[in-house]
Ligand binder design. Structure first.
Ligand SMILES: [Zn+2]
Length: 189
């Protein structure tokens, strides 16, 4: 479905009429023996999915929009958490101590871009919604891709369910040590 744009104060709800695809991946799995394993960001996940699943019952556009906002915020949070876990893993394998070099070499958005390119592009829908609603000057949501926010949520928790249990795409060869400007200037070539 194509989001409707152009209207400012009327027909704000055209882009709110869709049914999110079901997410049936679970956040808890059986581990070794009697152990259970819990997905990264389980609280964010629970919050996101509760909102995701109640979207269809939204009584009016405002309720639907606030539900979409919760989905956007909590999915972004779980996404960030996952990137941080991966980053910590990559840091453990590098001896680099400068935080700017770290940002240049294995920054969170760089990790997302290299390992989860679709997630990165879908995240933009959530970013746009959050920034839009956080600005009091903005009215109407007709230009926003609300369905894209739900695709983002679906992509993280359904398509990347394994990643949330620590099974991540191989970072092999995707990250290179980059020195920040300061370190480049102060160290010998
Ligand atoms: Zn540095």
């Amino acid at each position: 479905m194509t989001p409707v744009s152009g209207g400012t104060d009327v027909k704000t709800d055209d882009n709110l009429q869709f049914v999110p695809k079901p997410i049936d991946a679970v956040g808890i799995r059986a581990g070794d023996g009697s152990n259970i394993r819990i997905a990264f960001g389980i609280i964010q996940r629970t919050t996101a999915l509760r909102a995701y699943n109640t979207y269809g019952n939204g009584r009016d556009w405002m309720e639907k929009l606030s539900t979409a906002y919760v989905v956007a915020l909590s999915t972004r949070s779980a996404d960030t958490l996952l990137m941080q876990v991966i980053q910590d893993d990559l840091v453990a394998n590098s001896q680099n101590s400068c935080s700017r070099c770290k940002e240049a070499s294995i920054g969170l958005s760089l990790i997302r871009e290299r390992l989860f390119p679709t997630l990165k592009s879908l995240r933009e829908h959530a970013n746009r919604l959050v920034h839009h609603l956080d600005d009091p000057k903005n009215k109407g949501v007709s230009g926003l891709n609300i369905e894209g926010v739900f695709s983002y949520c679906h992509h993280l928790f359904q398509d990347n369910a394994d990643a949330l249990f620590g099974i991540i795409p191989s970072p092999q060869g995707k990250f290179h040590y980059v020195k920040c400007k300061k370190c480049r200037e102060t160290s010998n070539p």
